[in-house]
Design a protein. Structure first.
Length: 169
């Protein structure tokens, strides 16, 4: 896996990307732009991650991908791996999705029909999509933290503004 310390910088090459003469390799594919639009429009996280996995599945072909979140039980993740094996799939790639502070946000798992390893070009494209997944997951985390903070301060303000009952002796 490529070095995550480079922040959100995208890798250069990619499947499904149309190159033009003079292209510097940093152009986003139509699918990547669609995923970014979903993130910016605050689409539900499952919608974004399903789109991301669908892009991987189409680009690589003969694979099934999924994103597991840290809060999911380990038994659920093991049952997914067992189901994949039962259907004749082998692990193609398992990669951590890290935040900019290197904390674990999720895991991308890709299962393949044929036992093989990703090519360098496939790894590069997968890395690009892992970065998009990291952006989506960080966006969700930030939004949840903002909502918690907003609710807290809103309740504090309401408590201060509501009249206190007077007690008469």
């Amino acid at each position: 896996m490529a070095n995550h310390e480079s922040g959100w910088k995208l890798a250069e090459s990619g499947l499904g990307q149309h190159r033009h003469p003079g292209d510097d390799g940093h152009r986003l594919s139509a699918e990547e732009r669609q995923i970014l639009e979903l993130i910016f429009l605050s689409a539900p996280l499952p919608t974004i991650l399903n789109k991301l996995c669908a892009v991987i599945d189409v680009w690589l072909g003969n694979v099934v991908s999924l994103v597991s979140l840290p809060e999911e039980e380990e038994s659920h993740i093991c049952s997914v791996a067992q189901s994949a094996t039962r259907f004749g799939l082998t692990i193609f790639l398992s990669a951590s999705i890290l935040a900019h502070d290197r904390s674990l946000q999720g895991t991308l798992q890709i299962y393949c029909c044929d036992q093989r390893s990703p090519t360098p070009q496939e790894l590069s494209q997968i890395e690009r999509l892992i970065h998009l997944a990291a952006v989506a997951l960080q966006n969700r985390k930030d939004s949840e933290e903002y909502d918690r903070s907003f609710r807290y301060w809103n309740s504090e303000i309401e408590d201060r503004e509501s009249p206190k009952p007077r007690f008469i002796n």
